[in-house]
Design a protein around this ligand. Structure first.
Ligand code: ZN
Length: 431
């Protein structure tokens, strides 16, 4: 009797869907992932992900399953738009592209070898239907084989096909094999290794070998081109080299926003990510404060990057100079002039910065040490943990200590300078 009861309970436990996973979108943590990146890709906040997964810290591990959206039943809130903010891998440039925009692949420079186009057919899968969205199982197929054939993984197939069982597929069954992945043609330069390139595009070295039959060394010669069906999002823009000796390919001009005034539009080209992250942060401030306060955006980079008058850096579309939020600001934007630290509008300023910090988008932000003190105290009051503060801000460890994303740098009493990270797929970008 007891034994029967035990079995019944066991069955119940197996049948009962876990609270968070019922119909909720799920991702599996991969190498190089961070909560901020996963949240950004899913279009939700880090806080939401932590709540859905009952996480106490930002720590995640490879292979971990994370719920990245509300389950169908509890989905009473606003609809989440799962499409990426930029149409990665589309055959045409975005329709909103200004007419003066550089072509996707600059013809004048043959070294611009990273091209992106829609991936419709892999060399090994000529039988794949155009668009490649569903696959009919043939006799003899295994799920591993199906996954391999469509450049996807078993775990992704299981996620996109509820009810699918890895060891029980049958001929005639239809499987959703996902959208085609963008194709990238990558040109090796000195120092690039097969493993590093595979890692950056979130594929395996074996995948690279499968797609490129001519590839047999671990470190291909400079100039070798390989085809990659990337699992990482790829944007058309490329930051090349370091910020003080680099350039920008297919840069995107910062779009207008009610939260800022742009001084010289021709000097505000950035990577696609830089411009999207700037807009994202100002959207966030906009959403959290009723009254709009306008700051001034000065230089980012020239259209093609390279040396920019008055600056040492600002060469590859990752640096931006922005005035501080102050108590008093005119409609032309908070001024680019010195002010007393007591006049810093710390609430808005921290909100703007926190967006980049939480999402792992800022590599460095130069802010005068006296202003850092105010930001630090405010963030602490708002519940930032010791670990977050240590990671995010140099204060109170001294202005010459190389700690924290926010750092002191001379001449940053009248504006802040944010340097964004190298975009995930910009392999020639140097931190
Ligand atoms: Zn600057």
């Amino acid at each position: 009797m007891l034994r029967a009861l035990g079995i019944a309970l066991l069955c119940l436990a197996v049948l009962a869907p876990s609270r968070v996973e019922a119909d909720a979108p799920v991702v599996i943590v991969k190498r190089g992932d961070a909560l901020g990146l996963i949240a950004e890709r899913a279009g939700v906040s880090v806080e939401q992900i932590k709540e859905w997964n009952e996480l106490n810290s930002d720590l995640i591990r490879i292979g971990q399953k994370l719920v990245v959206g509300p389950s169908a039943e509890q989905d009473a809130g606003p609809q989440i738009d799962w499409t990426p903010p930029f149409d990665y891998g589309a055959a045409e440039p975005p329709s909103k592209a200004p007419a003066d925009r550089a072509p996707r692949v600059a013809a004048r420079d043959p070294s611009t070898a990273v091209a992106v186009r829609a991936h419709h057919k892999t060399p090994e899968s000529p039988e794949k239907k155009k668009g490649g969205r569903t696959y009919r199982v043939q006799s003899g197929d295994t799920l591993t084989g199906v996954a391999l054939k469509h450049d996807t993984t078993i775990s992704e197939l299981l996620i996109s096909n509820p009810g699918l069982e890895a060891d029980r597929i049958y001929p005639g069954q239809t499987i959703d094999v996902g959208a085609p992945r963008p194709e990238v043609v990558f040109r090796f330069e000195r120092g690039d290794t097969l493993l590093a390139v595979a890692d950056r595009y979130d594929v395996s070295a074996r995948d690279l070998a499968r797609w490129n039959t001519n590839l047999n060394q671990r470190t291909p010669r400079a100039g070798t081109k390989v085809r990659i069906y990337t699992r990482a999002p790829v944007s058309p823009s490329q930051a090349v080299g370091p910020t003080n000796r680099g350039r920008l390919e297919n840069g995107v001009r910062l779009p207008p926003h009610r939260g800022y005034v742009i001084r010289t539009p021709a000097r505000t080209y950035g990577t696609e990510e830089t411009t999207r992250w700037i807009v994202g942060a100002f959207d966030d401030v906009d959403a959290k404060f009723k009254r709009t306060k306008v700051v001034r955006v000065h230089d980012i980079s020239d259209r093609n990057g390279g040396k920019l008058r008055d600056h040492k850096s600002h060469q590859n579309g990752r640096d931006a100079d922005i005035s501080y939020y102050q108590d008093e600001c005119s409609s032309r934007g908070c001024s680019f002039e010195n002010f007393r630290s007591s006049e810093l509008d710390v609430a808005r300023q921290w909100t703007l910065l926190e967006y980049w910090l939480r999402n792992g988008q800022a590599e460095m932000v130069f802010i005068d040490y006296r202003l850092q003190a105010k930001l630090y105290r405010y963030a602490k009051r708002k519940g930032a943990t010791k670990a977050q503060l240590d990671r995010w801000i140099q204060y109170p460890r001294g202005k010459y200590e190389p700690n924290g994303v926010i750092r002191h740098f001379r001449n940053h009493t009248d504006h802040l300078h944010v340097r964004f990270v190298c975009p995930y797929s910009d392999l020639r970008c140097r931190p």
